[in-house]
Every structure is written in C-alpha cells, then in structure tokens.
Design a protein around this ligand. Structure first.
Ligand SMILES: [Zn+2]
Length: 325
C-alpha cells in the first residue's frame, strides 16, 4: 500500500528528528511530507504555514487540516498522496473553523467524508469558508477506526476558539493539537479574540497530562512535546493575572501595554510581534469579566473611569506578518 515507508525507532528520537527538519523548514519552495511517527506525516512548505497532516493506513488516508498559504496546499497534497499511495483519502478532519487551517479541503470531497465539531460546521456555513462542509459532526468525543488504526477526536469546550478539537493516535503517542500548544517558533496565538481564557487554561492542563502522548504536532511549525502545552498554560496564566492585577490597581490599557512586558517569557517565539495584541485582547477579556468598585482604583472617584472609557475602535490587532493563526 505504502510505496515509501521509513522505519523509525523510539518516539523520542522521532521528536529529535522532527525538530531537526523543522530547523530546515526555511526553504519552503518545494513542499514535502515529513514523517512524524509510523503513520503520521506533516506537510512542510512555507515557514509558519498552518500544518496539514496525513494519517496513513492500509485501507485509506486521513487528512487533518490544510492551508492555502503556501505551495503545500490541498491541491498539491492530493496530487502527492495520489503519487505515493494507492489508497484514497477516506476522511478529512477539520481541527477548527479558522480559514488558514482548512482552506481548499473540498478537493478531497470526491473520496472523503469530512468530520468536525458541530460548531465548526456552523461557522463554516455562516462565514462561507472556502473548504469542505462537514458531513459528520460530533459534540464531545469521536473515534475513527481505519486500517487497524484508532483515531480519537476530543472537544474540551471553548478554548482557542469555540470549536477547536484535538486529534489523538494513542497507539503511536501522537497528539495533533493545532493553535493550543507553544510551538518552537510561535507563542501559539497572536491574540485571544476568539478564545475562552479560563477553559483554555484548564484544557491546557488536561492535554498536558493526557496519557499516551509522546509527540505533539502544533498548528504551525514542527513537532514538539507535551511540555509545550504546559508552557503555554504558564504564559496564559501569567498574562491573565498580570493584566488583571494592573486593571484592579486602576491602570489604563496604555499603561498596561507599557508595564506588562512578560520579560520572563522573552524566549517564546513571536512574543515581540504578538505581545501587544495578546495584551490588548487579554485586557478586553478581563474588562468584560469583572465589575470594579465604583469608588476603588479605576472607579469614578479615582480618575481611572475605565468603565466609561472603553476605547471603541481601539486597534486590537497589530500582529505583523505572522498573525495567521
Ligand atoms: Zn486558529
């Protein structure tokens, strides 16, 4: 069935291998499939493009996500899979509705059943996304069995978006977790505009301890490990607490942008271009979350008056070139 099978040993060495090739991701001109585990491959092409992953079985292929932002788009992937394998794509799994992760996946509609969370389908239909409209949806958990492989889909509630799922191959220790893990060169998220902060933090803790996970494939860049989920949780918790603390002391958003520098997380990729939008969107979440004392810091008698000063039209996004998550 498989015309080009590599054989690898320990899963830990797979991560090392994957990180090695991740470091070589900069050429981007010629898309290719990078092997992550026995059955899982990741499309490598434009640096930072959303990951498109393929699960290979004897009875068919499963595509998890796709992107139009780069040469390794679904049209290329379909051609490449046809060249490498003599079994069709049976399933397309959409991790969430964000356009850069699912663009053009309708090219597999001739052979594949498209699967997503129920809310993903609603967003796709409402926004007219350029992708395959899901045929099968689920609410909490779903299993796909194909060619002797078991694939488990999880939904832990609203996190990065209200419809993000994770794709787990427990027998190979692989968790495909787009836009929720700290990737090697990425903070994980440019902003929190579509996020549920508290449940995001809780879910990162659950995923960080999930059994049978050796390799985590994030939404962008190469494979990492479970620790990246906990590292991202640490960042989100610190950001939330520091922004909230400043707000309770009466700080304005402008003061928060100056004071909350997150220096202890300066080695997180993209923090230089995304901290501003992280801060503003976290501040916006906290603004909606709390009701301050009228005569306390920030209340009407203190001169803070932030309740009356919500800056409608304040630019939330200035995320630079990498703001594609
Ligand atoms: Zn996303």
């Amino acid at each position: 069935m498989k015309k080009n099978l590599f054989s690898f040993g320990l899963l830990t060495s797979l991560v090392a291998l994957s990180q090695l090739s991740n470091a070589q991701e900069s050429d981007g001109a010629t898309p290719r499939l990078e092997q992550v585990s026995e059955s899982v491959f990741r499309t490598v092409h434009r640096p930072g493009a959303a990951n498109s992953n393929v699960i290979v079985t004897d009875e068919g292929l499963i595509v998890v996500d796709g992107t139009c932002r780069g040469a390794g788009d679904p049209t290329w992937l379909k051609q490449e899979l046809g060249r490498l394998y003599d079994v069709p794509v049976k399933y397309v799994i959409l991790s969430h509705d964000h356009e850069d992760h699912i663009c053009d996946l309708h090219v597999f509609d001739d052979t594949a059943v498209t699967v997503s969370h129920a809310l993903t389908r609603q967003h796709i239909v409402r926004e007219g996304r350029n992708t395959s409209v899901p045929d099968v949806v689920f609410d909490e958990e779903m299993e796909i069995h194909l060619g002797g492989k078991k694939i488990v889909l999880y939904y832990f509630g609203p996190t990065h978006s209200n419809n993000l799922i994770q794709v787990h191959l427990p027998e190979e220790g692989v968790l495909i977790a787009p836009d929720i893990a700290r990737a090697e060169r990425s903070l994980a998220l440019p902003d929190f505009r579509d996020a549920d902060i508290d449940n995001l933090i809780e879910t990162l803790g659950v995923l960080g301890k999930l059994d049978d996970v050796e390799i985590v494939i994030p939404g962008h860049w190469g494979a990492t490990n479970q620790e990246s989920l906990l590292e991202y949780r640490d960042y989100v918790v610190a950001l939330r607490d520091r922004v909230l603390e400043e707000m309770m002391a009466g700080a304005t958003i402008e003061q928060i942008l100056e004071r909350v520098t997150m220096d202890d997380f300066s080695d997180y990729g993209n923090i230089d271009i995304w901290l501003r939008s992280n801060l503003i969107s976290m501040w916006d979440k906290m603004y909606r979350y709390r009701e301050p004392n009228r005569d306390g810091p920030g209340g009407e008698d203190s001169g803070g008056e932030y309740q009356d000063a919500y800056p409608i039209g304040f630019s939330v996004g200035d995320s630079g070139a990498g703001s594609n998550q």
